[in-house]
Design a protein around this ligand. Sequence first.
Ligand code: GDP
Ligand code: IMO
Ligand code: MG
Length: 431
Amino acid sequence: MANVAIIGAQWGDEGKGKVVDLFTHEADIIVRFQGGNNAGHTLVVDGKKTVLHLVPSGALHPDKLCIIGNGVVVDPEVLIAEIEALKAQGHLVHSELLRISEQAHVIMPYHKAIDLARERLRGKGKIGTTGRGIGPAYEDKVARVGIRFVDLLEEDTFRDKLRKNIEEKNIYLKAILKEKALHFDKIHDKYVDYRDKLKDYVTNTGLLLDQEMRAGKRVLFEGAQGTLLDVDHGTYPYVTSSSTITGGACSGAGVGPQNIQQVIGISKAYTTRVGSGPFPTELNGPDGETLRREGAEFGATTGRSRRCGWFDAIGVRHAVRMNGMTGIALTKLDVLTGFKKIPICTAYRYDGNLITEFPASSKVMQKADPVYEEMDGWSEPLDNVRNFSDLPKSAQKYVRRIEKIIGTEIILVSVGPGREQTILLKNPFEE
Ligand code: GDP
Ligand code: IMO
Ligand code: MG
């Protein structure tokens, strides 16, 4: 019986929330290990849509333990609102069902102010961040000045760290970013209130996970963002500020690598991206518009319209290798219904040369032209299909061709946002 990691294989929004929710009945514990409320994970259960930003996507199942690991950066205001909304819907019925790592870093108002002001100053060169303060919070963690939950719980430590941070950040905000200064008292009082509301959830989650795993409990590690947004392996600098890959699950949850046996990559049957940065298979014409409309490609966090394009096998193959993916869940196949021909990008052309591995150079990535292989499309709607053999032959061929090019097995095909709109080919927990 395996523990499983669910990891985005593209630029985020691949349908991780749906797949985590779907597999939660196989697990006892669901852990978020990186990112923050830049994530927006959508779950559709019995036709009802829920979007989660911080609480793991297992929260709609009764009696599952949800953990926010040490690698997550937490905006307490957003987390409190999310907990309250879930409780009002009859979930998270007691506080033991959610645990927050004492080592998780807290997003502060200056993180958001810096994130937003920098993006404004970057103008056309902006990253297109979610504006949630994610990058500046991770910067403070690495600079060793961040405030963790354990620091927030100790009044004297918190006051001391907050005072020093505000002094320094105000100089930066005023002199460099031309923003207003922030006030200690206001922030302090607000965060004391957050502390009171969250303190019962805070614990040593690494230790808890170890104890539970030793007792035979099964864990589902829930990635946020995606491999191509990873701070090391993505399209740097157009990335997020955390380690989004499987390796990040070990440091961000506080477990050893031997505790993760299966790694399932989530990939759309095409590609999307929110924010700036290179995207070789992007479609700026009517086909892109059709994908956006049929796939309802609007951000679950910011509502921004997502850029859309054809499936990029170079990117997904890179993700398979980087994460040690043992299988892929291919989502949103239903959205491709109606296209006569469906191209798959199998290489990039740059400066007269063919490239088949994901380039590190931002310049090469920006200028790379996709080289396509064309597959036949299909016209039948797929949303009611539940068996692979009931898919139109050309849809089956499309899935099998992708499987061959990316070099790993497709273990699930998703044909709609609903939990039940799924063709499961292999259960990774039983491997
Ligand atoms: P995540 O961030 O990876 O969890 O993905 P998001 O929730 O941000 O975006 C995925 C969107 O696609 C959500 O609106 C889902 O409800 C929806 N979705 C997931 N799987 C499918 C599918 O197979 N078909 C369709 N049409 N929509 C899907
Ligand atoms: P989920 O978990 C898609 C993108 C932003 C921006 C870049 C940096 O729902 O898949 P940040 O605010 O993290 O500093 O922004 O990363 N981004 C996402 N794109 N899905 C996400 O999360 C994302 N989280 C961040 O749009 O381009
Ligand atoms: Mg999302």
